[in-house]
Design a protein around this ligand. Structure first.
Ligand code: CIR
Length: 256
């Protein structure tokens, strides 16, 4: 499957107040905007048309569009982000996706919580990490909604202390995954090629594969080398500002 389109949203000035597990200082809005341009350029280079939506000042984390929806060729699901300050992003994403999809499913208000960062779509299954943001009720609702398009959801436990399932893993090819030591041995990747992120470079795991390109967070030379030696076409993108608010390559776009 090839992706043709991506949806992104510019970082708001309020991104300096974005949620973070550990405070290592606020990101610079100015630098984040520059990094975001580089991210958009890398997506375009990988062969997708990128639609850039304007910043939403009321939502400091709204640059991380991935958490509000799950997109398939057949349709999309509007998710319910588990952080109270982010729940409202779903309604806005719903409006956006109406211009792309006829079939839109929605996780309802009484159907729990799911963050897109907890969902890894593989060839075989839709792996969903239960986390502080994604609960069993949300998983059950999602599972039922995507079954109509023939997708099977499987629940996994996100490692303790890790924000999202995909904080620690990313798809790098049709049947290949990049994962930290915390997930590389997980039975959820049975039958897949698993490349383990070299120790000390754990944030590199949040990589994405867009057509023939792997977008990797810059500053992880061992991981870049590992991927290149394995034959992957790697493009490194600056994510230092995003990382200050716990974001990486996957969370900043919806690809379909
Ligand atoms: C949050 O805590 O929700 C944001 N500061 C970071 C979201 C990162 N999203 C992702 O990995 N999908």
């Amino acid at each position: 499957h090839r992706f043709t389109r991506a949806i992104v949203r510019e970082p708001s000035r309020s991104v300096i107040n974005g949620l973070r597990a550990d405070d290592r200082g606020a990101p610079s809005h100015e630098q984040f905007v520059l990094d975001h341009h580089a991210y958009v350029a890398a997506l375009e280079q990988a062969g997708v048309t990128v639609d850039v939506y304007p910043a939403l000042e009321d939502f400091p984390d709204s640059v991380f569009v991935e958490d509000a929806a799950l997109c398939f060729p057949e349709g999309a699901v509007i998710l319910r982000p588990g952080a109270p300050s982010r729940t409202g992003e779903a309604k806005i994403m719903n409006k956006v996706l109406l211009s792309y999809y006829e079939d839109i499913q929605r996780i309802g208000e009484d159907e729990g919580y799911v963050d897109g960062g907890d969902i890894l779509v593989t060839e075989d299954a839709v792996l969903v990490g239960l986390s502080a943001r994604t609960n069993q009720t949300g998983f059950d609702a999602l599972k039922q909604k995507i079954a109509k398009w023939g997708y099977e959801a499987r629940a996994i436990n996100t490692p303790e202390g890790v924000l999202h399932f995909k904080t620690d893993c990313g798809l790098i090819g049709p049947n290949a995954v990049l994962a930290t030591y915390r997930l590389s041995g997980s039975p959820c990747f049975a039958g897949m090629t698993v490349l383990e992120v070299p120790r000390g470079e754990e944030p590199a795991a949040n990589a994405i594969c867009v057509n023939d390109t792997v977008l990797l967070s810059a500053g992880h030379p061992k991981t870049a080398e590992l991927l290149r030696n394995a034959g992957y076409n790697v493009v490194e993108i600056p994510t230092q500002q995003a990382a200050l608010v716990d974001g990486g390559p996957s969370c900043m776009s919806l690809r379909f």
